[in-house]
Design a protein around this ligand. Structure first.
Ligand SMILES: Nc1ncnc2c1ncn2[C@@H]1O[C@H](COP(=O)(O)OP(=O)(O)OP(=O)(O)O)[C@@H](O)[C@H]1O
Ligand SMILES: [Mg+2]
Length: 184
């Protein structure tokens, strides 16, 4: 089964492919609003308005000249299935912001899955780019900024064995603490 954490990996990977040097990934859980929101913001190459339109309409577009991927359409479909929505704001040369919201208690909402694992994989697979991760669980916030870690461990790389082990522990522990035993 596809989990939200898989979408996180997928969509953040788009930012890496777009040449982003900084990618922000935000997970926001509001139990009061019955909402889970994922936000991805990057300083990569961006997309034209036409491109934004075509990536969200892959099944209706008549263009056959270009391969159209499935990451964004799947995210959009999942969001809409749960009564949420996906939005893309992008500017060529500046960057992209993708937001997807999900109705938390909707029967079709995929489980959250292993967000710590997804974040960790993104860091060790892309040790030379920076990430700003934020997990907001009902207002309790965990922030992880690879720029800070990078400065602290310089000249060692983020995927150095002991450093990556620490990053992994930190992410799992902090997110677990935020959830306080609540499985989403
Ligand atoms: N953050 C981004 N910055 C710039 N371009 C993007 C970004 N995200 C998506 N795109 C563009 O939109 C296209 C479609 O993205 P999507 O994730 O739907 O599919 P894909 O990445 O091409 O393939 P797949 O995710 O299925 O492997 C990408 O190929 C890319 O050209
Ligand atoms: Mg993709």
């Amino acid at each position: 089964m596809r989990e939200l954490a898989d979408n996180i990996m997928d969509i953040a990977q788009n930012s890496i492919s777009a040449g982003a040097s900084l990618t922000e990934v935000n997970v926001k859980v509001s139990q009061q609003d019955n909402l889970i929101t994922l936000t991805f913001r990057d300083n990569g190459c961006g997309m034209s308005a036409e491109m934004v339109k075509s990536v969200t309409e892959p099944f209706t577009t008549t263009r056959k000249t270009r391969k159209v991927g499935l990451g964004l359409p799947l995210l959009q479909q999942t969001a809409m299935m749960t009564g949420g929505e996906m939005k893309i704001e992008s500017q060529v040369g500046k960057g992209t912001c993708v937001t997807a919201s999900f109705g938390s208690d909707h029967i079709d909402r995929p489980p959250m899955g292993d967000v710590a694992g997804a974040w960790f994989s993104l860091v060790v697979m892309n040790p030379d780019t920076d990430f700003l991760f934020q997990y907001d669980f009902d207002g309790k916030v965990f922030t992880f900024d690879t720029r800070e870690i990078r400065a602290a461990v310089d000249p060692l790389p983020l995927n150095h064995m002991e450093i990556s082990a620490w990053i992994k522990d930190c992410m799992y522990q902090e997110i677990k603490e935020l959830h306080g035993g609540i499985v989403l």
